[in-house]
Design a binder for this molecule. Structure first.
Ligand SMILES: Cc1cc2nc3c(=O)[nH]c(=O)nc-3n(C[C@H](O)[C@H](O)[C@H](O)COP(=O)(O)OP(=O)(O)OC[C@H]3O[C@@H](n4cnc5c(N)ncnc54)[C@H](O)[C@@H]3O)c2cc1C
Length: 336
């Protein structure tokens, strides 16, 4: 094992580990294969988690295929606060000097990664769609631009760690060889000045009943063509007929508040999904949305405009009013 370390941020969601950690770890393991080829030894894969974890969650990290689990705990880290969390993680980085640090582009990751970059005076590549080493050992971070039409290769050759964020769903979870990671506790030194005037007033825990879109096998996705709040409800009802399903949305539908879950937006600034079945209703097929569904196995689209771009990427095209067609579909599902 070389003395290089690849850190992967394991997001602690109320004591449970976010799935994005396992996706990033799978990619880190693949990067390690190339690193071994280049340097003769793999890097250490290290999970980094902040705040107390339940026993099951800690065990899932220990057995995830990583070499080390850094568990950062302190009483001021009980509730997520970006100023305190980034300071705690920065202190660990100064001590352990990771070579690469991977975060998911979640609400938390997109806040922590750049804060850490500032504290450590290093670069951050946000919303990467791929990560790789070239034959010279340079760590290349692919970042889409212009709605995915151009992929930029970002390198951070002069400063460490090389920090990258990746949208959940981009990498697939692989089953890594079982091993039991060493757990290293880290207690940062956090005084009240770190809070920098930020006062925590209240905590709202989001209702997490529904399956995250990136894990769903069937996605019923609504766009601006759904028309209004009341029409939106048919999407939820239809989703309930499918196992492992979720309702997704486009940016305009989210902006209209037809759904309040920004975690269900699909596309460049939302999630990348891989369902077996994607049903899109009232969606134009803009590049920013379509790039998030390019790995869907089967796409059914409903649009009243027969020339809508979404039809260019659809397996079944239904021209007509989305709400009428979905309502008829629901009636059929009820009968069967
Ligand atoms: C930097 C950037 C990032 C972005 N990221 C994202 C992203 O991550 N995800 C995302 O979704 N968007 C994103 N967008 C916005 C994106 O460019 C499009 O504006 C958006 O995807 C369009 O959403 P839509 O298809 O729901 O709406 P529209 O483009 O308004 O399309 C509505 C469609 O509904 C059809 N329609 C209307 N009425 C009916 C009806 N009764 N029945 C059937 N069909 C009907 C219309 O024919 C039309 O095709 C981003 C934009 C930018 C600039």
């Amino acid at each position: 094992m070389s003395n290089r370390k690849i850190f992967i941020y394991a997001e602690n969601d109320c004591g449970a580990i976010e799935n994005s950690y396992f996706e990033l770890l799978s990619k880190a393991a693949a990067l390690n294969v190339k690193l071994t080829e280049l340097e003769g030894a793999p890097a250490q894969l290290c999970a980094v988690t902040v705040g107390e974890l339940g026993e099951d969650s800690l065990n899932s990290l220990v057995e995830s295929g990583t070499d080390v689990v850094y568990s950062i705990t302190d009483e001021s880290l009980t509730v997520y606060n970006p100023a305190v969390y980034s300071e705690a993680v920065a202190q660990l980085c100064k001590l352990e000097e990771p070579y690469i640090f991977l975060f998911a582009s979640t609400a938390m990751g997109t806040e922590l990664a750049p804060s850490l970059g500032v504290k450590l005076h290093t670069g951050v590549s946000a919303h990467c769609v791929d990560l790789r080493f070239d034959d010279s050992g340079a760590f290349i971070q692919d970042v889409p631009a212009f709605g995915g039409k151009v992929i930029g290769e970002i390198l951070t050759p002069d400063t460490l760690p090389q920090i990258a964020t990746v949208k959940p769903g981009i990498f697939q979870c692989e089953c890594l060889a079982a091993k039991s990671a060493e757990v290293k506790k880290f207690s940062p030194s956090l005084d009240s000045t770190v809070l920098d005037g930020i006062v925590l007033k209240d905590v709202h825990v989001k209702d997490r009943d529904s399956l995250p879109v990136e894990q769903a096998e069937t996605i019923i996705c609504g766009g601006f063509g759904m028309g209004c709040d009341e029409n939106w409800e048919v999407l939820d009802r239809i989703a309930n007929y499918f196992e492992n399903s979720a309702v997704g949305c486009t940016r305009p539908a989210l902006d209209e508040d037809w759904t309040d879950d920004d975690g269900t937006m699909i596309g460049t600034s939302g999630k990348t999904v891989r369902p077996k079945l994607y049903i899109g209703a009232g969606i134009s097929g803009a590049m920013h949305h379509v790039c998030g569904i390019s790995d869907a196995e089967f796409i059914v689209s409903i649009n009243k405009d027969e020339n809508a771009d979404i039809f260019n990427v659809s397996d079944i095209k239904i021209v007509g009013d989305a709400v009428k067609i979905l309502t008829a579909f629901e009636e059929r599902l009820v009968q069967e």
